[in-house]
Design a binder for this molecule. Structure first.
Ligand code: AMP
Ligand code: GLY
Length: 424
């Protein structure tokens, strides 16, 4: 199989490493990739992944059999539909839903309606536009603080506001709807009831015909500061398995959330071959959905995919054939942790192009590149730079290995959290 992975982060590096492990992998391309993926396959720097015509042309000229779409942008824009509209590509396997189904991430209102229709537990909500600003502000008055405001559309992970003060929440609602705080993405705003509890994530791969396999659960650490304080980031680390995800919570989650979602996609005729990311919260009243994403999480992928012992290409082939229900999936039962090294200043302003020293093939730690570039030397090229993943019999043992590797790697301004998994 010739495989093309779209994306350039730690998620895509981890996917590429697992794809490369498969005996079925012939040529591996990553567009645009990073310094890490370049060691596993061919980086295609000049292929714009949101240009589906260009991706289609690349697929044809390189006899690609399988396209794995990492981030949500191209999926929400309809890359799957565009590729499959070409008769010559009817056998191509595309990992990632079609546009109609990608709306589960592309529109929060769409996702909420889907959950309501299929009786999937989630926060109570209402959706407003600028014409209904007054009723939106009145709705806020009926809720208890804190207030949760969500831009309906994609807003690069920044579209959710959680506000303590009612007056401020009313003002922000206006900023979003009337003053287009998040551009077009906030022309509709979902206002939700605040849910208290601990968050975790589950990933499924579904074949669009009701068949699916569950990947291991994970928990990510979003805030920049220790003790989960400070600004939100793309993710500072992750751990899998999640100790509190025991048998009874697992059973409840599968019965009340996973199965109704997979079946709901079929019932609603939403063509979905790909990963479903369930962002969940364990509340006093049981697990509820905070959000769906139509891709894997980053940095969750950097712990979930290394735990996978089943051939990933076999999983994608079964997905393409609609036979995932016949697959038994296997995992390493050990604990995997990943610690993300970021640029100084991130998630605020930061500098790129810092030379990274000390990188080598560590015996006990996998390094997944996120924002790196290769030239004469490997340099930083983003806010999140590299994820350090290790296994252990306990989270402490795994963390010790990742921190030992991190101690050897250096670049100006390097920063990482020293408390991943602290709350478990
Ligand atoms: P989202 O982009 O929907 O994942 O929201 C970003 C973050 O906001 C989530 O990871 C949660 O920490 C938080 N959040 C979103 N919705 C709620 C809610 N209804 N109650 C509490 N926290 C929420
Ligand atoms: N780590 C959360 C995400 O990928 O959206």
């Amino acid at each position: 199989m010739n495989v093309l992975v779209l994306g350039s982060g730690g998620r895509e590096h981890a996917l590429s490493y697992k794809i490369k492990e498969s005996k079925k992998c012939n040529n591996l391309f990553i567009a645009p990739g990073n310094a890490g993926t370049g060691r596993l396959g061919t980086n295609v720097h000049n292929l714009a992944i949101d240009d589906s015509k260009a991706v289609g042309a690349f697929v044809k000229s390189n006899s690609i059999d399988m396209v794995v779409v990492g981030p949500e942008g191209p999926l929400v824009a309809g890359i799957h539909d565009e590729l499959k509209s070409d008769n010559e590509l009817s056998d191509l396997i595309v990992v990632g839903p079609r546009q109609a189904a990608a709306e589960l991430e592309g529109s929060k209102d769409f996702a909420k309606k889907f959950m309501m229709r299929h009786h999937i537990p989630t926060a109570l909500y209402q959706t407003f536009t600028k014409d209904t600003l007054d009723s939106g502000q009145a709705f806020l008055e009926t809720l208890d603080a804190p207030y949760v405001l969500k831009a309906d559309g994609l807003a690069a992970g920044k579209g959710v506001l959680i506000i303590e003060d009612l007056a401020e929440a009313k003002q922000e609602l206006k900023n979003m709807l009337v003053d287009a705080k998040f551009g077009d993405a906030s022309s509709r705003v979902v206002i939700e009831e605040f849910l208290a509890g601990i968050e975790f994530s589950i990933f499924a791969l579904t074949d669009g015909q009701g068949g699916y396999v569950l990947l291991p659960e994970a928990k990510d650490y979003k805030r920049i500061g220790e003790g989960d304080t400070g600004l939100n980031t793309g993710g500072m680390g992750a751990i899998s398995p999640v100790p509190f995800f025991g048998d009874s919570l697992r059973e409840k989650t599968i019965k009340e959330i996973i199965e109704p979602t997979i079946q709901g996609l079929v019932k609603d005729d939403l063509p979905y071959q790909g990963f479903v990311f369930f962002g969940l919260i364990n509340t006093e009243k049981g697990p509820k959905v905070i959000e769906y994403n139509v891709r894997l999480g980053d940095p969750e992928t950097e712990v979930v995919i290394p735990r996978l012992e089943t051939d990933l290409i076999d999983l994608f082939i079964a997905m393409g054939n609609g036979t995932l229900d016949q697959i038994e999936i296997k995992f390493n039962p050990k604990t995997a942790v990943t610690v993300m090294a970021v640029s100084g200043g991130y998630p605020g302003a930061y500098e790129k192009g810092k030379v990274i020293t000390g990188l080598r093939d560590f015996e006990n730690t996998m390094v997944f590149h996120a924002g790196t570039a290769s030239g004469a030397e490997i340099t930083t090229a983003g806010g999140r730079v590299m994820a350090f993943t290790s296994f252990g019999g306990s989270k402490e043992e795994a963390l010790e290995k990742s921190y030992a590797a991190l101690n050897e790697v250096c670049y100006e301004g390097i920063n990482y959290r020293k408390d991943i998994g602290f709350d478990l």
